[in-house]
Design a protein around this ligand. Structure first.
Ligand code: TYM
Length: 329
């Protein structure tokens, strides 16, 4: 029996190369070795305000992006979170097993609530529990994510163990799957912060939807380090190391081979080559996304089938959870 994988992505409009390198590349690769369930987590995205029209377009664009990067609905289950109401139901149940203090310590919550203050939604506070519900509902063994989700995964494991101590073997305790390279792609304008779709400047990230000129310019302007050597050293040369990670992910070449190719050349040449490489790789992807978005009926059919398959897994699991807890009739 293949091991089960679950992962999710928020449909917030921009999918950037950090999402791609840190998570989506692994999602695609795991389809051949695992039984994969992938989800566009629209309920997570409404923890901050969304305009319904733009939001709905973003959901479809995110689905098209997943298909374009290589998620194959014949191999994997691909669906939208709100199509499977069991996620919300399990989140409520798990809420009753998690403490206020634990959620208050989540760094993503602390960062986001620092900006929003008293206007922070309860949904944002509860975000990690819905994420735990996503994962535990499907009995996932492995969860491919970037480094920034590590703390949420630790909480998920803790919740699963806690519930299991009262209701033995109810949940599989999942492992995070975090790649060795690219688990934390940093901002192009500041290598001390992660690449993020909510960054204040769009020079921070390369979106999968950026035009060739935007991509070339963003790499051209990307900050570098003080000396001139194209060499990987995370501590002393964080900016160039980040660019090397991106080059390696897009070219498939190991970092030392890239360092060799650029021996004696400066940052300018390296960043130019990196820009061209990423343009060349993203162009066919962008064409696929645009083509898929024209086929609304086909997208809808894929999502309807995905939702049905996900519910076929989720409904009996939820029935069992209710029974074990003594809920209902
Ligand atoms: P989201 O939508 O922010 O990001 C999707 C995936 O991309 C990874 N990622 C990165 N990886 C490397 N470098 C970066 N700079 C970078 N930025 C983002 C994220 O780690 C993630 O894997 N909470 C999740 C969505 C979610 C989920 C789940 C994930 C909801 N339920 C259940 C796994 C399992 C999130 O906001 O991802």
């Amino acid at each position: 029996m293949k091991k089960r994988v679950f992962s999710g992505i928020q449909p917030t409009g921009i999918v950037h190369i950090g999402n791609y390198i840190g998570a989506l590349k692994n999602w695609v690769a795991m389809q051949d070795t695992h039984d994969c369930v992938y989800c566009v987590v629209d309920l997570h995205a409404i923890t901050v305000p969304q305009d319904p029209v733009a939001f709905h377009e973003n959901i479809l664009r995110t689905v098209a992006t997943l298909l374009a990067v290589g998620i194959d609905p014949k191999k994997s289950i691909l669906f939208i979170q709100s199509d499977v109401p069991e996620h919300s139901e399990l989140a409520w149940i798990l809420n009753c097993f998690v403490y206020f203090g634990e959620l208050s310590r989540m760094t993503q919550f602390k960062d986001k609530s620092a900006v929003r203050g008293q206007g922070t939604s309860v949904g944002l506070f509860d975000y990690p529990i819905l994420m735990a519900a996503d994962i535990l509902l499907y009995g996932a063994h492995e969860v491919p994510v970037g480094e920034d989700q590590k703390q949420h995964l630790e909480l998920t494991r803790e919740v699963a163990r806690r519930v299991n101590s009262k209701f033995p073997n109810l949940f599989v305790v999942p492992d995070a799957y975090i790649g060795k390279m690219g688990a934390r792609v940093m901002g192009l304008d500041d290598p001390s912060v992660k690449m993020s779709k909510t960054a204040s400047s769009d020079s921070n990230y390369i979106s999968l939807a950026d035009t060739p000129d935007q991509i070339r310019n963003k790499f051209k302007r990307a900050v570098t380090d003080s000396d001139t050597a194209v060499r990987y050293d995370e501590d002393k040369k964080p900016a160039v190391s980040n660019l090397l990670t991106i080059y390696s992910a897009f070219s498939g070449q190991p970092v030392d081979a890239i360092e060799k190719d650029f021996t004696g050349k400066g940052y300018g040449d390296f960043k130019k080559a990196l820009g061209e490489l990423v343009v060349e790789k993203l162009q066919p992807l962008q064409k696929r996304i645009a083509d898929l978005l024209k086929e609304k009926q086909e997208l809808d059919a894929i999502l309807a089938e995905g939702a049905q398959k996900a519910r076929d897994l989720a409904a009996p699991r939820m029935k069992e959870i209710r029974r074990r807890l003594g809920l209902g009739r």
